[in-house]
Design a protein around this ligand. Structure first.
Ligand code: NAP
Length: 329
């Protein structure tokens, strides 16, 4: 079957590999759509640890076409993959902190994922998506990650929220914070993304820190960092009001550093939080998508065949582009 393989850092391409077969507890999925994520580009550049050679693709939907003996999920079930397989037995897992499991195995990062015609995943990581379009189901994973960030930041009605970065994570965060009843300003440089933010519910969309500051001079109750670059990580506390919260969702390259002023965090009692992946949020994300509570159609910039995926992953996102979906068939 055809699969997009990361062979080594900086080396990715479409190849032919044997079709996988489900082991005990697993299902075989015909992939229907897989999203290209900022993290795929981090993996290509060696900025996020992974285990090549590996088929990338950790955000995908599909149809169960075979199952190992004893697996109860009916053939033909449409699913969204939750890519994170925590061990379930370590101290963090037993405390319910499954996203901190040191033995977590991520599908599409540590084992073969969804930029392929077929994928094998554990049955308990296949979340049924009744009635959901496969393109929308592929967005369940980024929505689940963003939900975790929202859970940590906990915006409430009437609060002011600033979202930094107008990629898929930022534009999902805008919608979740609005659904929570907050006023939301998106800060992103590209005008098309600012326009998009307004169409999906942002109250304001601006290009720079100075504009955000002019809008809300006291700062925001909650700043969600969704860009993963040093500028926005450093900007986040500056745009937060005294007593407010920062949640960093963006992934900066491993080993990179940012300058934060501890005195400022202390004196203004700013809570600085980090949000990593999707602990127990994938089911809620699917439910929100099924109920149509999040506009994902507007966030899908283009749909490409498997043959174009490596090229797109190896290059920066096109200006104004939000989510590119790979459709293998
Ligand atoms: P993305 O498409 O690359 O979006 C990042 C956005 O940040 C871009 O759209 C860019 O838009 C904006 N940006 C860059 N520099 C900026 C600046 N100086 N000021 C304002 N905006 C700036 O990535 P994504 O898929 O949305 O993901 C966002 C980050 O979250 C990535 O680092 C990704 O790896 C990470 N992530 C984390 C989790 C988690 O569990 N924590 C899950 C998924 C992804 P403009 O060009 O318009 O400014």
């Amino acid at each position: 079957m055809r699969a997009v393989r990361l062979q080594a850092v900086g080396k990715i391409g479409l190849g032919d590999i044997p079709a996988p077969r489900p082991s005990p507890g697993e299902v075989l999925v015909r992939v229907l759509a897989a999203g290209i994520c900022g993290t795929d580009r981090h993996l290509f550049k060696g900025e996020f640890p992974c285990a090549p050679p590996v088929t990338l693709g950790h955000e995908f939907s599909g149809e169960v076409i075979a199952a190992a003996e004893g697996v109860s999920i009916p053939l033909g079930t449409r699913i969204a993959c939750d890519p994170n397989i925590a061990c379930g037995t370590c101290e963090q897992c037993l405390r319910g902190r499954v996203n901190l499991c040191a033995r977590n195995v991520a599908i599409g990062i540590h084992r073969d994922g969804g930029f392929a015609e077929l994928a094998v995943i554990p049955a308990h990581r296949a979340i049924p998506v009744p009635g959901l379009h496969p393109h929308h189901a592929a967005l369940a994973e980024p929505l689940a990650c963003t939900l975790h960030g929202i859970d940590l930041g906990a915006p409430i009605p009437g609060e002011r929220v600033i979202v930094l970065g107008g990629g898929i994570i930022g534009l999902l965060a805008v919608q979740l914070a609005r659904n929570a009843g907050a006023d939301v300003t998106l800060v992103t440089r590209h005008p098309a993304k600012r326009d998009l933010a307004m169409t999906v519910g942002a109250t304001h969309a601006v290009a720079t820190e100075a504009e955000a500051h002019a809008l809300w001079p006291q700062g925001a109750d909650l700043v969600l960092e969704c860009a993963g670059v040093v500028e926005t990580v450093e900007m986040a506390p500056r745009l937060t009001r005294a007593g407010g919260r920062v949640v960093v969702l963006g992934v900066m390259p491993q080993g990179a550093t940012a300058r934060i002023e501890p005195f400022d965090l202390l004196f203004r009692e700013i809570l600085l939080l980090h949000s990593f992946i999707n602990p127990f949020t994938q089911g809620r994300a699917v439910a929100m998508l099924v109920e149509g509570r999040i506009d994902v159609t507007a966030l899908i910039s283009r749909v490409i065949p498997l043959s174009e995926a490596a090229q797109v992953i190896a290059n920066p996102a096109a200006p104004g582009e939000v989510k590119v979906l790979v459709v293998p068939y």
